[in-house]
Design a protein around this ligand. Structure first.
Ligand code: G3H
Ligand code: 13P
Ligand code: ZN
Length: 386
């Protein structure tokens, strides 16, 4: 993965600020847009946008087909793991192929959980229109970071990214279970050991200070969700899923778009299907859709989902393999996988009230946004005393 220091990035990205000419202009002029554009539209119109993780062709296709059928704006996000799995160029071209195939759907290419400014600058240099600087953890993606470290690294990314119109998501508070105090390191990103309740819940007053100092476009918050399928041992109550905290944070930073990570609902139907065809997934629960909807009513605009799509994909592959054991054509497995994953995406676009909005969004590219940031037009507006 290409990574750059702050000064290298500033130099490299500064040269791209007015042209961004390593991407074909016909593609840029179509539908690759910054995150800020979509989240502002979602806030003005009271809906949330699922941000789906992608690693391969079939996942990109599932999402785009669902978005096309529901007229929904799209956030495709790639983790560091995805970038190393697929390779920078393959990922970028898969996403550009989506943009080219569906020119009327605005698409964000977002770096998920950047562990350092270098990772974020590398993503921006590769055409990502949005990056997440996750400074809640240190660069090893394991050690909980100090507040000052988080502010400083996030601000470093914002300063460079905004100069070229790229959006920035920050994170305050560590994702992890309020049931056990543990993080979820299943995907290599999550703290080790146990944390206190204070560390696992975003503090509204600190959030207001964080946003004022960093000028992030969106803030990921910790409310008891964690990555992966094993979030809760039973259907979650307010004790372990602090949805009410979202309203408190929203009150403190009403103009900042909130992001919910670890938002898979872990549908029981996929677990049953996986287990029916030889899998072994123990009883587990995710974030109920109605709780996410409550979050959306209180300022959540970006809802991160990876696990639900992974479950649907795997369920389809297991079912297809069992249904025709002599078949060795990968398309025999990938076609139903694409169909089941598409169903998850269709559901979420509808459930988050996102459907019907793609065609209402006036598309703008990062160069236009660089101008807005330079004028201070997108600075955080209100910081309410809490
Ligand atoms: O960051 C959370 C996503 O589920 C990404 O997972 O790092 O295995 O691609 P990954
Ligand atoms: P899930 O594992 O709940 O799908 O969360 C994904 C996520 O937050 C990616 O950043
Ligand atoms: Zn996440």
């Amino acid at each position: 993965m290409a990574e750059f220091s702050g000064s290298e990035a500033a130099h490299l990205l500064g040269g791209l600020a007015t042209t961004f000419d390593f991407l074909p202009s016909e593609v840029l002029n179509m539908a690759l847009v910054p995150l800020r554009l979509l989240l502002d539209h979602a806030a003005e119109n009271g809906y949330g946008i699922p941000a789906f993780n992608v690693n391969n062709l079939e996942q990109v296709q599932s999402i785009m087909e669902a978005a096309y059928e529901t007229d929904s704006p799209v956030i495709l996000q790639a983790s560091r793991g995805a970038r190393s799995y697929a390779g920078e160029n393959f990922l970028r071209h898969l996403i550009l192929a989506a943009v080219e195939t569906y020119p009327d759907i605005p698409v964000v290419m977002h770096q998920d959980h950047g562990n350092s400014p270098a990772t974020c600058f590398g993503a921006a240099a590769n055409g990502f229109t949005s990056v997440m600087m996750d400074g809640s953890l240190e660069a090893d993606a394991k050690t909980p970071a100090s507040y000052e470290y988080n502010v400083n690294t996030t601000k470093e990314v914002v300063d460079v990214a905004h100069a070229i119109g790229v959006s920035v998501e920050g994170e305050l508070g560590c994702l992890g279970s309020l049931e056990t105090g543990k993080g979820e390191a299943e995907d290599g990103h999550g703290f080790e050991g146990s944390l206190s309740k204070e560390q696992l819940l975003t503090d509204p007053a600190e959030a207001a200070d964080f946003v004022a100092r960093t000028k992030v476009d969106a803030l990921a918050i910790a409310i008891g969700t964690s990555h992966g399928a094993y979030k809760f041992t039973r259907k979650p109550t307010g004790e372990v899923l602090a949805i009410s905290r979202i309203a408190e944070i929203h009150k403190a930073i009403p103009n900042t778009h909130l992001v919910m990570h670890g938002s898979s609902s872990v549908p029981q139907e996929w677990i049953e299907m996986i287990n029916k065809y030889g899998g072994s997934i123990p009883e587990t629960y995710g974030v109920p859709v109605e709780e996410i909807q409550e979050g959306i009513r209180n300022g959540v605009r970006k809802v991160n989902i990876d696990t639900d799509n992974r479950l649907a994909f795997t369920a389809a592959i297991r079912e297809a393999a069992a249904s025709d054991p002599s078949n060795f054509d990968p398309r025999h497995f990938n076609k139903p996988a694409r169909k089941y994953m598409k169903q998850v995406c269709l559901d979420r676009y509808q459930q988050f009230w996102c459907a019907g909005n793609a065609s209402k969004i006036h598309q703008r590219d990062i160069n236009y946004y660089a101008g807005l940031y330079a004028k201070g037009a997108l600075d955080p507006k209100t910081v309410v005393a809490v």
